[in-house]
Ligand binder design. Structure first.
Ligand code: IMP
Length: 445
């Protein structure tokens, strides 16, 4: 089905602010259903065409959302993936952690490919700032800690720690030097001891960091707004809002495979705290999953392939982190983990991506359950020790589609099995990086 028709169906009935309420799809979320890197950026970019707002609600520049348009690659880290549609307002919500220098570099890069200005890009005044100290702390812990997480090294965890300990700097603080001095002085003595005596690394003085942050604040001030008020206003005007998740549900600070997680709420619950719409229901929550599984960094991974097949998928799928350049670990698709993800975020449909990578493989497997202590388990509840979970596989006849016509029976069998196993429709599947390499299977949107 032609994309435009599908999008029309998605948002059919949208006409005026009053008519829209309850009558059509006004709010939609795109969330990673695995350990990140599922292809959320491409989907967000595609659906953003018919949206008024795209809102990032958590994470920071640890994300790497890759979008291909007519053979041209754009990688977004903290700027929402709706930015390639200038009519669409991109909002960095208050649940995001923002590194101002990185943001400005990304902004300059994106300005070369599309029109971006304070008219179509906004940053929450209460988003948390990632400082130099957070980046140094993240790197030092990873280098010297005994239980490595394999973080992206961007300062994400320490910035969220600062927020929770009520010592963070907010974006609005960048605009006032006195506030910056006051906020940075809070806890500085503690930091100095840690950097000097524990990690023995150089670190900036308060004055140096204030100068640096204030300079960035001056440059980005026109983008700063009250994002809660803005989203609230747009929702009440009946505007269509797309919430763009970063990372994946299995990396969620609460639902994920702790401690091998990121420090934010990547699941749908993060939307309510990180964008600020507790009063507004989500009408569609799309969980994006690769047709296989990947993971970057440490942590359990029951279906991981340590053999030639794992290497083949890694190479064919170009499974290299868009942010860190690290090779991603690869394995077969894991239904117990997907079932868990569906429950965590009340996913209403699945978008299955990168099916082309599985084409022509000599074998094809789906993990439909685990064996744990002699019992068969079909959902990866957090009580299960995933290191102890033996994956049970069902073999599938490999497909070899070129995706120009009707899907082969083998491909249909694979998709239908996944759909039935997770209990929600596979509404979308993608078979390449470009905007048009996608199939909308159902009109149920
Ligand atoms: P952090 O978010 O940098 O603290 O990293 C914590 C964990 O989340 C590490 O295992 C990272 O590899 C992983 N992670 C963070 N961001 C992403 C992402 O965008 N894609 C995939 N994994 C990520």
């Amino acid at each position: 089905m032609v994309l435009d028709t599908v999008l029309t169906i998605i948002f059919v009935n949208y006409q005026t602010s009053n008519e829209v309420k309850g009558a059509c799809m006004q709010t939609m979320a795109i969330i990673g259903a695995q350990w990140g890197d599922e292809g959320k950026g491409k989907l967000t970019d595609l659906l953003a065409e018919k949206c008024d707002l795209v809102v990032r609600y958590q994470g920071g520049h640890n994300a790497g959302h890759t979008i291909w348009v007519n053979g041209q690659k754009t990688v977004l880290h903290v700027i929402p993936s709706g930015v390639l549609h200038p009519h669409c307002l991109s909002v960095i919500g208050h649940g995001v952690v923002l590194e101002p220098e990185n943001f400005l570099t990304e902004l300059a890069r994106i300005k070369q490919v599309t029109k971006v200005s304070p008219d179509n890009l906004k940053i929450s005044s209460t988003a948390t700032v990632i400082t130099s100290y957070h980046k140094l702390l993240d790197a030092a812990r990873e280098a010297q800690g005994s239980e490595k997480i394999g973080t992206t090294g961007k300062g994400i965890g320490p910035a969220y720690e600062a927020k929770v300990s009520r010592r963070a700097i907010k974006v609005k603080d960048l605009l006032d030097k006195d506030t910056l001095v006051r906020r940075l002085s809070n806890g500085y003595a503690e930091k100095a001891i840690i950097f000097k005596h524990l990690y023995q690394i150089d670190f900036p003085t308060i004055e140096q960091e204030v100068e640096r942050l204030y300079r960035f604040g001056e440059t980005l001030k026109d983008y700063v707004t009250d994002s809660f008020g803005l989203i609230d206003q747009k929702l009440s005007q009946g505007k269509r809002v797309l919430y763009e998740g970063a990372q994946g549900i299995l990396l969620d600070i609460d639902y994920g495979t702790y401690p091998y997680v990121t420090s934010s709420s990547t699941a749908a619950s993060g939307i309510f705290t990180g964008a600020g719409i507790p009063h507004h229901k989500l009408e569609e929550v799309i969980g994006v999953a690769k047709a296989y599984t990947t993971r970057v960094g440490e942590g359990p991974f029951p279906t991981e392939l340590h053999d030639e097949m794992g290497t083949l998928i890694q190479q064919k799928g170009n499974e290299i982190g868009a942010t860190t350049g690290r090779k991603r670990r690869c394995g077969w698709i894991d239904i117990p983990l997907l079932r868990y993800a569906v429950k965590c975020s009340q996913l209403s449909s699945i978008a299955l991506t990168k099916l082309d990578i599985l084409c022509g493989l000599s074998e094809l497997k789906v993990c439909y359950a685990y064996e744990v202590n002699g019992k068969t388990v079909d959902c990866a509840y957090p009580g299960i020790n995933l290191y102890n979970a033996k994956p049970l596989f069902k073999d599938f006849k490999p497909f070899n589609d070129d995706f120009t016509g009707k899907p082969s029976q083998e491909l249909q069998n694979y998709i239908n099995f996944i759909q039935e196993a997770v209990g929600i429709p596979v509404g979308i599947y993608a078979y390449g990086p470009d905007r048009n390499q996608i199939v909308f299977r159902k009109d149920y949107f």
